[in-house]
Write a protein that binds this ligand. Structure first.
Ligand SMILES: [Zn+2]
Length: 401
C-alpha cells in the first residue's frame, strides 16, 4: 500500500498482494469503491504520525503486508502497525508526537455520544459530517448529515465540524467507515491544533464488553477495536491521542437516560432519515424506541408491525447484537406482550431484577479511562448512575457463558 496526502486529500495505491475485498476489524466483509478521499476543516501541517493513523483508518482493510507513507513516521507507530497487523510500515524517522492535554468528544448526536458529552462538560466536540464524493454517485441522499451538523452547532459547545467523503471509499455493503475508527480521521488531523491527548467515543457497555456486533453474546475484555491494550488502542496511544470511552461501563438504557436528562437533550438524534426528528419506521428507531419506552416506563409507541422486514432482526432466535437491551425492554415495557415483541418473549425469561445490572456502571470500564479524565468520569458515574455490585459485575463477565 502506498499513501499520498496532497494537503488533506488522500490517495492510496494498492500493491500486488493487496486486495479490494477486505475485512474491517469487526470482521465485517467490505469492498473498495475508489482510492481517494479528502478531509475538510482540518489543518495540513499535523504531525506525520497523525496523518499516518488518519490514513490507516481508511486503508487498513485492504493492506496485507506493507505500507509506505509519503512522510517519515515514528518508530513507535511502525512498531504498533507491525505488532497489531503484521504490516511493515515506513519510512521511519520522525520523533513521536507528545500527547496533548485535552479530551475532545467525537460527537455524533446520538444518545451514546451525548451521554459521553454530559460526563465531560468542558470537552470540545469534533463532529464528522459526510459530504458527497466528486467521483462516486450518491445513492444515499436520504442520509441527512446536514441536519446533524446544524444540531451539533446549536449545542453551544466548542465545535469543530470535519467534512469528508471517506465513506464513499466503500462500495459494499454501502458507504460507511472502512474501519469504525475512520470517524476519527478528522479529529486526528486536528489533534495538534486542539492540543488533544484523548478522543472520547460513545461506545457503551455492549460495544466494549459484551461482544457488540462481532462476537455476539460473549464477554470481550480484549476487544481489538476499543480496549486500550488492543491493536487500535495501542496505535492511538502511540500518536498521543488515547481512545477514551466515557460511557464504556454503562448500557444503552443508561446512556439514553443520561442523554435525555442532560442539557443537550434537545439535540439528541439517532436516526438520520427524518429531517424533523427520527423517522420512526427504520430498524434503529424501533430498537431505540424499545429502550426509551423501558427507560420512561411507558407502552411501546411505534407504527412498525411484526410482519415488516425492519422488525425481523429483533424477532428471530437469539443471540444477536444488542440482546441485553432487548432483554431490558422485555422486562420493563408495560404491555410488551401485546406488541410485535410478543414472540421474542418466548426466548427469554427476564425480570427487572435479572436485568438491573444494566442500570449500573461496570467499574473496570472506569479503570480503563486514562488518568487525566478518569476522576471526572468516575465522579459522574458515582453520582448519576452507581457502580455495579459484585453479582452485577459477574453478569458482565459471564455474559454468554
Ligand atoms: Zn429511523
Amino acid at each position: 500500500m502506498r499513501v499520498t496526502w496532497t494537503g488533506t486529500a488522500l490517495t492510496f495505491r494498492l500493491d500486488a498482494e493487496d486486495e479490494i475485498t477486505g475485512k474491517a476489524s469487526d470482521d465485517h466483509p467490505i469492498k473498495l469503491a475508489i482510492n481517494s478521499c479528502s478531509i475538510g476543516g482540518v489543518p495540513d501541517d499535523a504531525h506525520p504520525d497523525l496523518f499516518a493513523l488518519a490514513a490507516w483508518t481508511v486503508v487498513a482493510p485492504w493492506t496485507r503486508k506493507r505500507i509506505v507513507f509519503d512522510r517519515a513516521i515514528s518508530a513507535e507507530v511502525a512498531e504498533e502497525l507491525y505488532a497489531g497487523w503484521g504490516v511493515k510500515a515506513g519510512p521511519v524517522g520522525a520523533e513521536p508526537r507528545r500527547a496533548g492535554s485535552r479530551l475532545a468528544i467525537s460527537y455524533s448526536g446520538g444518545a451514546d455520544s451525548v451521554a459521553a458529552a454530559a460526563i465531560h462538560p468542558e470537552a470540545p466536540f469534533v463532529h464528522f459530517r459526510r459530504v458527497p464524493h466528486p467521483r462516486v454517485p450518491n445513492r444515499w441522499s436520504h442520509y441527512r448529515s446536514d441536519v446533524l451538523a446544524k444540531l451539533a452547532a446549536r449545542t453551544g459547545r466548542e465545535l469543530s465540524t470535519v467534512t469528508s467523503d471517506l465513506e464513499f471509499t466503500l462500495a459494499e455493503p454501502r458507504p460507511g467507515y472502512p474501519e469504525h475508527h475512520a470517524v476519527a480521521a478528522g479529529a486526528l488531523l486536528l489533534a495538534d491544533q486542539l492540543d488533544l491527548g484523548g478522543l472520547g467515543f460513545g461506545y457503551e457497555l455492549g460495544s466494549r464488553w459484551l461482544g457488540g456486533g462481532r462476537y455476539l453474546w460473549r464477554y470481550t475484555p480484549d476487544n481489538p477495536m476499543w480496549s486500550p491494550h488492543g491493536r487500535w488502542g495501542r496505535l492511538f496511544a502511540a500518536v498521543g491521542v488515547h481512545i477514551v470511552l466515557p460511557v464504556g461501563g454503562v448500557s444503552e438504557a443508561t446512556t439514553m437516560r443520561l442523554a435525555l436528562g442532560s442539557g443537550l437533550k434537545d439535540y439528541v438524534r439517532w436516526c438520520l432519515r427524518g429531517t424533523n426528528g427520527p423517522c420512526r419506521t427504520c430498524g434503529k428507531c424501533l430498537y431505540k424506541e424499545l429502550i426509551q419506552a423501558a427507560v420512561e416506563r411507558r407502552p411501546l409507541d411505534t407504527p412498525i408491525t411484526a410482519d415488516q422486514p425492519v422488525a425481523r432482526k429483533w424477532l428471530k432466535k437469539p443471540p444477536y447484537g444488542g440482546m441485553e437491551m432487548v432483554q431490558y425492554g422485555l422486562a420493563r415495557v408495560p404491555g410488551i406482550e401485546k406488541t410485535l415483541f410478543a414472540g421474542t418473549l418466548d426466548y427469554f425469561d427476564v425480570t427487572e431484577e435479572s436485568t438491573r445490572w444494566l442500570d449500573h456502571c461496570y467499574p473496570r470500564a472506569l479503570g480503563e479511562i486514562p488518568e487525566p479524565w478518569r476522576g471526572e468520569a468516575t465522579a459522574f458515574m458515582k453520582e448519576h448512575v452507581g457502580l455495579m455490585a459484585e453479582d452485577e459485575i459477574r453478569k458482565v463477565e459471564t455474559w454468554g457463558s
